[in-house]
Design a protein around this ligand. Sequence first.
Ligand SMILES: O=C(O)CCC(=O)C(=O)O
Length: 240
Amino acid sequence: MPRSGFVQQASARALATNADSALHGMTKHLVKFNEDGFIVVPDIVSISEVHEISLRCKDLQFHRAGTRNLLNHNWIQALSLRISLHPIISRLLPSKAKSVQCTYFHKSKDKNWLVPLHRDTSIPVKVKFEAPDWDGWSKKEGVWFAKPPEEVLRNLVAVRVHLERNTIENGALQVIPGSHRHDEVANNRTTCDIPSGGALVMHPLILHSSSKLSSGRRRVLHFLYAPPTLPAPAEWAHAM
Ligand SMILES: O=C(O)CCC(=O)C(=O)O
């Protein structure tokens, strides 16, 4: 066989091996995400982008823990699209996923708070309507929120982009691995080690909490991804 034939075959084999291991890596993330209800993906944005995002967040108006209606900002829409195309994250999102909410959380000495263990069960919809399996209606920052049937919640994925490393000192988010799949769970709370510029991809039904901060600050952009439509008559308030 001419040398170039060997080289071609070897390159084809190397490509196939690389493709296999990439696929294996992707499957591993998906299996872990389904099993634990979360994974950490580092380097979603670079450190210089973290600075850029920080500057933009300085202009956001909010009173308490943060603000939940950021999807009307062009830069948030661009970031949300980019996250949805990330090679690992795109595999974890529902098919044709849309971003349906983006919340900014800002924890500091001045705005300090804790959140007890809970699941995220409320979603933003266009208008209020009557349906037996929807409840818990409330209006927040001018938008209607309600608790949908569980099958809707099962298809959602949250992506939290952390501007600071998530630590016990700065009021870390903690999760109970696997608790999105069970009602009865051991209280083995885990502090997710999320670096600055990294993301926690989490199932909204996972039990999670966060404590008060003792030093530093902790800022997070929390994106919610969902299938493009809801069962009628529900409609997303925004779907980008
Ligand atoms: O970021 C936090 O501290 C809490 C976030 C949270 O509880 C939530 O997204 O439901």
